[in-house]
Design a protein around this ligand. Structure first.
Ligand code: CP
Ligand code: NVA
Length: 301
């Protein structure tokens, strides 16, 4: 049984195959020749955190593939009242053909996969956001024509996005430089993974150094969902970790800017840079739909 729990579990070939399938599904949808690849199938979508893009793109994606998606808020499920995830996994496996889950702990997603008997898709945990990064890679390849050999730069928190971008970029043949304040580094398991890739990975304290000659510059919020109480402390720590015009002068002249959204203008990105790159950022948001349809077809067909 194949899942998408984190990109660390996927091979470069898995990623490549899903990106190719995403391009194909996007083409078929745009040309009115979409097929019901998942006709009669049902996806359960468990949300323990808020969502705009993930919820809507999975639900619409499943509809476009001929299947159905069920929105399952954790506050309505018995899981919210303490029913163990191990039992939830075994019950839902009897009804559904796949589960997408957005939650806090990565262990909860791994437990669903261990105890359930249907494909599990990680729709964001504190550790990673693999669906977003597949959409990001799709968007970069669409605009630059390739991934291998390009340089990605991520400015900001060593959070779910930074963790997944490092793995996704390196497995796609890109190099990646990150800049983060002390104490906000990526996860240890991700840093261990980078050791296989030598100087294709670099970590800096100074954003401008990380952005040097980058083809793609990416950032994310300073305080993620669940970290609201740390917002003030984080605003201090991340002061200067911003994508602005000055930072962009260090990147290549034709560098793209991506942001998973929601964005906080004036914090991790200026309104000017955001608007100058809005086409790329909203293509990225659209590609969540196509990339996730590819993930569902790849895992559930
Ligand atoms: N980028 C992203 O995952 O957006 P949502 O939180 O709106 O799903
Ligand atoms: N790092 C952000 C990503 C939101 C899509 C969060 O976890 O809130």
């Amino acid at each position: 049984m194949k899942h998408l729990l984190k990109l660390l579990d996927w091979s470069s070939e898995d990623i490549q195959e899903v990106l190719n399938l995403a391009d194909q599904l996007k083409y078929e949808q745009k040309h009115g020749i979409a097929k019901n690849y998942l006709g009669g199938k049902t996806l359960g979508m468990i949300f323990e955190k808020a969502s705009t893009r993930t919820r809507v793109s999975f639900e619409v994606g499943m509809f476009q593939l001929g299947g159905k998606a069920l929105f399952l808020s954790s506050s309505d499920l018995q899981i919210g009242r303490g029913e163990p995830v191990q039992d939830t996994a075994r019950v839902l496996s009897r009804y559904l053909d796949g589960i997408m889950i957005r939650t806090f702990k990565q262990e909860e997603v791994e437990a669903l996969a261990e105890y359930g008997s249907i494909p599990i898709i990680n729709g964001l945990t504190d550790f990673c956001h693999p669906c977003q990064v597949l959409a990001d890679l799709m968007t970069i390849r669409e605009r630059k024509g390739k991934l291998a050999g390009l340089k990605m730069c991520f400015i900001g928190d060593g959070n779910n996005m930074m963790n997944s971008l490092i793995v996704g970029a390196l497995k796609s043949g890109m190099s990646i430089s990150v800049a983060c304040p002390e104490g906000y580094e990526p996860d240890g398991s991700v840093l261990d993974f980078t050791k296989e890739y030598g100087d294709k990975f670099a970590m800096f304290r100074t954003p401008i150094e990380a952005a040097k000659d980058a083809d793609v510059v990416i950032t994310d919020v300073w305080a993620s969902m669940g970290q609201e109480s740390e917002a003030l402390e984080r605003a201090k720590a991340f002061d200067g970790y911003q994508i602005n015009d000055e930072l962009m002068t260090a990147a290549k002249t034709d560098a793209m800017v991506l942001h998973c959204l929601p964005a906080h203008r004036g914090e991790e990105i200026t309104a000017e840079v955001f608007e100058a790159h809005a086409d790329e950022i909203f293509d990225e948001a659209e590609n969540r739909l196509h990339a996730q349809k590819a993930v569902m077809v790849y895992l559930m067909k």
